[in-house]
Design a binder for this molecule. Structure first.
Ligand code: FAD
Length: 484
């Protein structure tokens, strides 16, 4: 039932954070419209079809996929997890294949340690230390009370100072064994803070970090359904050009060239780093916005995918290969290839496989330049051909069986979702406190921020929590009970 005051809330963007904010705002009784420039829910957390194959271009693991972590409550509240997308928990998580040998990375920290020590006895001390650090971060989440502070935060405090100043790449240098370094460095951008690696392993260790069946688009479609079932309105193809204010207060939103919608409150769930420069007529000049301008670095990647008319089920689902020499692309390079193999009715025709590979690195300027000088397509093609050769070398079954390839760059993410420099997450730099955005604007009444840029280092848990947080703040400001 709508709140009798029926205050009008407009949300910019139908990504995970916007859908989350929309659902909580509807539950609180607001009259809610989400304006989305694209044509599907979920923003950059998405998947798409090519020739009967589904390409997963978003979720690789979902923090809070199980009831073992507190985020799960939010995923349930916003309708993201339902009967149509049960959670798949893979174990081993990743497997390094080299010289015919398979080295698995297991969820359980003790099993992980034993397997790694067996192949790298010289690293026993460092591996045991990693096991200890993983255990220490298993419940490292924002505490809701003193008891949770004691249980969740205290165990983490002794290990954080050693991790905080290091990038993942620097952290991994303590391992002498190249296979161990390669395996542990294969699934997150090595430029991220070392805490990201250990926290992720801790998420897996508690039995969380699963993958919802059907992937990103099923999950965000579930969220859209929930939002609409509560009376929310979602307009696609509605690009917001300006948030109008008068007398220090939000009054409405301009979208799709000449459309206008009055609003008592606006929640900006679009990329905050882009929004502060583009949605307010004049760029926002608050100190946090300035800090964000100077500090924000985004995690960028190439999303390579390929449809293969071959059954690759004899290989692990997530297989890493150490490369003989670094693979160079778009001004970046890597020495490991992590291929995700998707098969089954949700992802590929019978007997076929979709392969994906995320190649990380700071490459926005390279692609922007290529777009400007007209060489974008040609450069994409050249990298694609080299990737195909590399994959064929490691998976001979692929040869002659490629049905399509696809390469999304940061320019693709920028074009479809207006993310800052085409980033898919934020980079939490070693030793630095990341630039965050406040939930509520201090001087413009009725203006709130959600979205992954509001908290480091982004990702789905930040997105869903930020939508909730923005509405909680809005409820407090309007003296409306936040929905239990
Ligand atoms: C390849 C890939 C893999 C990933 N893997 C994981 C993972 O395994 N685990 C994890 O936790 N996270 C992962 N992420 C990150 C995660 O997907 C994002 O952190 C999250 O989806 C961000 O949600 P958001 O709502 O903050 O932003 P967005 O998804 O960017 O949503 C913003 C929305 O606003 C819209 N918009 C922008 N500007 C306007 C405008 N002017 N008018 C109207 N609409 C506008 C956009 O179109 C978009 O729909 C991955 C991302 C990618 C790309």
């Amino acid at each position: 039932m709508k709140n009798p005051i029926a205050r009008k809330v407009v949300i910019v963007g139908a990504g995970v954070s916007g859908l989350s904010a929309g659902t909580y705002a509807c539950k609180a009784g607001f009259d809610v419209t989400i304006l989305e420039m694209g044509h599907t829910p979920g923003g950059i957390s998405t998947s798409w079809k090519r020739k009967g194959y589904t390409i997963e271009g978003g979720i690789h693991w979902l923090t809070g996929s199980s009831g073992l972590l507190p985020h799960n409550r939010m995923w349930k509240e916003v309708g993201a997890l339902a009967d149509n997308n049960p959670i798949i928990l893979k174990d081993p998580l990743y497997t390094l294949i080299e010289n015919g040998r398979r080295i698995p990375l297991y969820r359980n920290p003790a099993k992980m340690a034993e397997t790694l020590i067996a192949i790298a006895p010289e690293d026993e001390k460092a591996i045991r230390k990693l096991e200890h650090q993983v255990r220490a971060l298993e419940h490292f989440h924002a505490p809701r009370n003193f008891k949770e502070f004691i249980c969740n935060i205290l165990p983490a405090l002794p290990v954080l100072p050693a991790l905080m100043p290091l990038s993942i790449g620097q952290y991994l240098l303590q391992f002498k064994n190249a296979s161990v370094r390669t395996l542990l460095g294969s699934f997150i951008n090595p430029a991220q803070n070392a805490i990201c690696l250990v926290y992720t392993l801790a998420t897996f260790a508690v039995g969380d970090g699963g993958y919802p069946k059907g992937g990103s688009l099923v999950m965000s479609s579930n969220m859209e359904r929930k939002f609409k079932s509560l009376g929310g309105q979602l307009l696609y193809g509605a690009e917001v050009s300006r948030i109008e204010t008068a007398n220090g207060k939000v009054i409405g939103v301009r979208y799709s060239k000449d459309q206008y919608i009055p609003a008592d409150a606006v929640i900006v769930s679009a990329d905050a780093r882009t929004a502060i420069d583009s949605l307010f007529g004049q760029p926002l000049q608050d100190s946090w916005a300035q800090k964000m301008r100077s500090n924000m670095e985004v995690d960028q990647c190439l999303i390579f995918s390929m449809g293969v008319k071959a059954d690759l089920s004899s290989y692990p689902k997530n297989m890493a290969f150490r490369l003989d020499s670094p693979f160079a692309y778009a001004g970046c390079s890597c020495d490991v290839m992590m291929l995700n193999a998707y098969s089954g009715e949700d992802f590929a025709p019978q007997g076929c496989t979709t392969l994906t590979w995320l190649l990380f690195g700071d490459m926005y300027e390279f692609w922007k330049q290529a777009k400007e000088d007209g060489s974008y397509k040609e450069k994409k093609q050249a990298i694609t051909e080299r990737i195909i050769e590399l994959i064929k070398r490691h998976l001979p079954e692929v040869d002659g069986n490629i049905e399509f390839t696809d390469l999304a760059t940061p320019i693709t993410l920028e074009r479809y979702c207006a993310t800052y420099k085409g980033g898919f997450m934020s980079l939490w730099k070693p030793g630095e406190k990341p630039a965050n955005a406040p939930v509520r604007h201090s001087r413009i009444k009725g203006l709130y921020f959600a979205g992954q840029r509001t908290g480091a280092s982004g990702g789905l848990p930040v997105a869903v929590a930020s939508g909730r947080k923005a509405v909680k703040c809005l409820c407090r400001d309007t003296k409306i009970n936040f929905p239990k």
